[in-house]
Write a protein that binds this ligand. Structure first.
Ligand SMILES: [Fe+2]
Length: 722
């Protein structure tokens, strides 16, 4: 049959190597293994003569009740081509007289291919008018769906298998580490080759992750795997055309498996992720609320930005100096990335991003984009919302979001929060004995921290080149570790307390910084105060006088252990605590760091990192040099994560944002055996916070804004444990 004039064709591009697809499709009689279009498929092999090659014939029954007998005419592995044709059989479609089909896979490059399907279909002479169109449309759908099914199967096979293998491997490593030698591990300190927090040597028996925890992690990975598999069956969509359906995946995942918080926030983000206002607001209530600072001096911003102006209500011009004196200019500076090198054809920069507080006519205010400088060269272009080239402006925002992920994930989430809590966990276990009230108070804030960090070390730190983050995060794992070290070298126990860290960036609890909508700050102070009251109630009940505190040998041993260079070496931690008030202050910080610090950095990963348009683990194209023209839409598409990178980002943040709802502050009963009334008082205060924040969130919803939920007590995990 002649394929130069087929009466139906279908071509699509795919984000996978040609050989990978060929390996699946060449097996003519086995398509039923991966395509849900078939309800039956049997293969026969026959030879016309003893000398001839075997002929393959398959009998096929589709889920639509159609029956075909098809013969393989040609299979050419060198050009990835197959021809097959229908053979008359008893139960064949009464309309179709004969057909022949060909598909061929073409190499685009090492990781992309295209497939072209063609058929020539002839109907029986008495077929009714219009029948051919119907049959051709059906055939085209068959091509599309078969391609989709093949692609889905291959993704599941490679991606889900490797994700599950990874989890299984890590679980086994943890288990075997426990069995061979670490059962004897006794909470000793160990150190990294870089300046990082001290770690726990080995994995003490009590720190092994519970089956429930492992089960929750596996569940999150499988949820994504199931959706990928179901995608083809549930949606009559085009197959994946070299690009992942970022929005569809986030929507489907949240709506199918998410809790109410995940569903609502995903829906809100999908509506407005691409606006400048949302881009800025995420610095106040997104995954990294620690990057924004008040600009006090025009020297803090690049020279080329200093002459820019904005117009209040579109009329009154405001200069940089005006905005600074009105406390309306804010900086996000990724200078920590400046000396890092590019890696694995992934792109990132060390951008400088300036926002301003926009006054709205109804009296409300919001943050908006003032200017972005992506590169750190003297003549680097400045991008503003007025930039004539919209795609270049969008790329500039994307590089800001990409830089933010690097510092958030490696510097803050891993460095300060996960690794930073570990020496405290070790010291509590080493120096506060069973039965000590301080141990009862503190231990719940370190549940699973050592176990999770042990897993993270195996996955990330031990062999950076082979770590799964190496090809998916722009800076790569080794530089990520360096970034954690840079952040740790800035860390100080008191300097990094919740209010001091805010103060260092120019924000105060009295709101004199003038910034509204900084919900991390507002809700944070509520929780911070509750922790302070809780610590005070405990300390003032347990110790009658300052002398009692000074005489508590276990407490003093704990301080010495955590602060001494040869042990915990914890920056700024006091070597002794001699008064009740000082102990309250220290406990307030330890409890905040063990719980809230990790929660507000970790759980907003869903939805904010889950939508690949919104935050980028890596970008796959550089910022193109200025040539007087905008870049085409395709360039933006190519800069975004390809399927495997997108699936990794989605899996990683879906997995990590899984909150164990039984282990949040509202279930905390640390003092139940000694001072249950103090626990109760704390719970009453938390309930009051919940009420206040819920009311505020209802108001935000009524105004069409996104609520902030990540410091609500029910969403704050007691410890850094995922
Ligand atoms: Fe985490």
């Amino acid at each position: 049959m002649d394929f130069r004039n087929p009466n139906v064709t279908y071509t699509t591009q795919l984000d996978m190597p040609a050989a990978m697809l060929w390996k699946l499709l060449q097996d003519f009689g086995c398509w039923i293994k991966w395509s849900p279009l078939f309800s039956k498929m049997t293969l026969q092999e026959s030879r016309k003569t003893q000398m001839s090659d075997p002929t393959y014939i398959r009998d096929v029954e589709t889920i639509f009740g159609h029956y075909y007998r098809e013969e393989l005419v040609l299979r050419d592995s060198s050009s990835f081509l197959i021809n097959y044709r229908q053979i008359k059989a008893e139960r064949s479609s009464p309309l179709v007289d004969r057909y022949e089909t060909q598909f061929q896979i073409h190499v685009v490059d090492a990781t992309h291919c295209s497939i072209t399907w063609k058929s020539n279909i002839a109907l029986v002479h008495n077929a009714p008018a219009g029948a051919l169109e119907q049959v051709l449309a059906r055939q085209k759908t068959f091509f599309k769906k078969t391609t989709s099914a093949a692609v889905t199967h291959l993704y599941i096979q490679t991606y889900s298998k490797s994700a599950l293998n990874f989890l299984t491997e890590k679980t086994l490593e943890i288990e075997s580490a426990l069995l061979v030698g670490n059962a004897a591990a006794q909470y000793e300190y160990d150190e990294y080759e870089l300046p990082l927090p001290k770690m726990c040597k080995g994995l003490p028996l009590k720190e092994a992750l519970a089956p429930k925890k492992i089960g929750m992690m596996v569940q999150r990975v499988l949820e994504l795997g199931y959706l990928q598999a179901a995608k083809f069956l549930l949606e009559d969509s085009e197959p994946i055309k070299g690009k992942f359906d970022y929005e569809g995946a986030a929507r489907k995942l949240a709506s199918t498996y998410g809790n109410d918080r995940e569903k609502d926030l995903t829906a809100a983000l999908l509506k407005n992720w691409d606006t400048d206002e949302e881009f800025c607001q995420q610095y106040l209530q997104g995954v990294n609320p620690l990057q924004i600072e008040v600009i006090r001096d025009s020297q803090q911003i690049p020279a080329k930005m200093r002459s820019l102006t904005i117009k209040d209500f579109g009329t009154k011009t405001k200069t940089v100096q005006d905005l600074i004196s009105e406390k309306r200019l804010f900086l996000v500076d990724y200078k920590d990335l400046e000396n890092f090198h590019l890696h694995n054809h992934l792109y990132f920069y060390a951008p400088i991003f300036v926002m301003y507080k926009e006054l709205l006519e109804d009296g409300d205010t919001r943050l908006n984009v003032f200017a972005i400088q992506v590169e750190r060269t003297p003549n680097a272009p400045i991008f503003t919302p007025q930039s004539p080239h919209k795609n270049r402006y969008r790329l500039a925002k994307m590089f800001v979001a990409c830089a933010d992920i690097q510092v958030h994930q490696f510097g803050l989430h891993l460095g300060i929060s996960h690794l930073g809590n570990e020496p405290v966990a070790v010291a509590v276990n080493r120096k506060l004995p069973e039965g000590h009230a301080l141990r009862a108070l503190l231990l719940p804030h370190f549940k699973d921290t050592i176990g999770i960090n042990f897993g993270a070390r195996l996955a990330l730190v031990t062999n950076p080149e082979q770590a799964f983050t190496n090809n998916t995060f722009a800076v790569g794992t080794a530089q990520g570790k360096q970034l954690a070290s840079i952040y740790w070298q800035k860390f100080d126990f008191f300097g990094w307390s919740f209010p001091k860290e805010l103060e260092a960036r120019g924000f105060t609890r009295d709101g004199k910084d003038g910034l509204s909508g900084y919900f991390y700050r507002d809700d944070g102070f509520k929780l911070w105060d509750a922790f302070g009251n809780y610590a005070q109630n405990f300390v003032y009940r347990h110790y009658k006088t300052d002398q009692d505190v000074a005489n508590d040998k276990d407490l003093q041993a704990f301080c010495y252990d955590l602060s001494a260079k040869e042990f915990g070496n914890y920056p700024g931690f006091p070597t002794q605590i001699l008064t009740k008030d000082f102990l309250c202050e220290v406990l307030q910080i330890i409890i905040w760091n063990g719980s809230a610090l990790h929660s507000y950095l970790n759980y907003p990963q869903w939805p904010y990192v889950g939508l690949i348009h919104n935050r980028h683990n890596a970008l796959y194209k550089p910022m193109p040099a200025e040539d007087g023209n905008d870049v085409p839409d395709e360039y933006i598409d190519e800069a975004l994560a390809p399927t495997f990178g997108a699936l990794f980002q989605l899996t990683f943040c879906w997995l990590l944002s899984c909150l164990d709802e039984d282990e949040t502050l509202i279930h905390l009963k640390s003092l139940k055996h000694i001072y249950p009334d103090i626990d109760n008082k704390f719970q009453l205060e938390l309930a009051e916070i919940t009420q206040q924040v819920s009311k505020r969130n209802e108001r935000l919803l009524a105004e069409g804004k996104t609520p902030y939920v990540f410091l609500m007590p029910e969403n704050v995990a007691n410890s850094c444990n995922i």
